[in-house]
Design a protein around this ligand. Sequence first.
Ligand code: M6R
Length: 360
Amino acid sequence: QKGGFEHFMLKEIHEEPRAVRDTMAAYIKDDIQDLVKNLPDLSKYNEIHIVSCGSAMYAGMIAKSLIETKARVKVDVEIASEYRYKDPILSKDTLVLLVSQSGETADTLAALLLAKEQGIDTFAIVNVVGSSIAREAKYVAYTLAGPEIAVATTKAYCTQVALLSLIALNLAYIHNRITQKEIDQIIEEIHCLPDILNELLKDEQYITAGKIISRHSNVFFLGRGLDYALSMEGSLKLKEISYIHSEAYAAGELKHGTISLIEKGTPVIAICTDERLFEKTISNIKEVKARGANVILFVREGLNVSEDYYDYKIEIPKVDMMLQGIVTVVPLQLLSYQVANLRGCEIDQPRNLAKSVTVE
Ligand code: M6R
């Protein structure tokens, strides 16, 4: 059942190239006339509320970053358990977009029903066919990750990011914010994604970093923009399965309090893939390095950083920013897996957790 892998989580990470390929293929049109197929028309909404929990919410944060920067459509990302009780401000131009692997998460379902009762359009991105959220939503698009057994989501998260990235691309297209040439290049890269992911799965750069982290009990992640969203996911994955305390920060926010926790040897995982924000993130890395942090740098290839500012470097392949999240998350997942494995944790079924959270 585990296909020769020691854990379902590792097996599922190795299924990501296939899962991303299938999900993309289900929604990209073959003829270039229209970009996507099997997706609702999103042109009429001037605001999107992405409502979800845990990793699904962090996938939503990536979508917010891409949709707002590339399509200039306003997106709010909301924690479902907060959204359902805050009497959200909704209008006919708002789309409520639910993201859920299981399609059964109680708070996400409740948020959907709340919007539906008010006559607001709902769109669900779900992995489990026929699940409650899929049944209740006005529009549904399935991620094609296949069954996910490990409690920590990996391939389902990856396909959520893939589908949301495609939606962001389509919104940029609908709103005339992207040229045909740029679209063609991105589509070409989408076709290369499975190969890029397969190569990443063979890449063992993360192994030394994993050994370092496994000996610590506090870890920080930092990044800006898209890399901040990825930091949140990397941090959740690490704490969920390895039981190491970990916090993710928007890199510029660290100096507003948290930097007091950095001492000699504290591991700081810095994610740096966005060229526009590169210099800014590097200056934050310098700040933690100056306080003795052990900096593990996840950096996109082609972005040069002096060796003075990091202790260990993991290079991430360069793809278009629209697709960068899909690629960068893979070594983060492998890193968490390795740390948890070194610490002898029960990786597929971490303590206190359930695969789908059907209570509020
Ligand atoms: O089934 P859902 O996508 O709605 O689940 C949401 C979260 O419970 C889930 O992503 C959780 O955070 C994962 N265990 C993280 O790996």
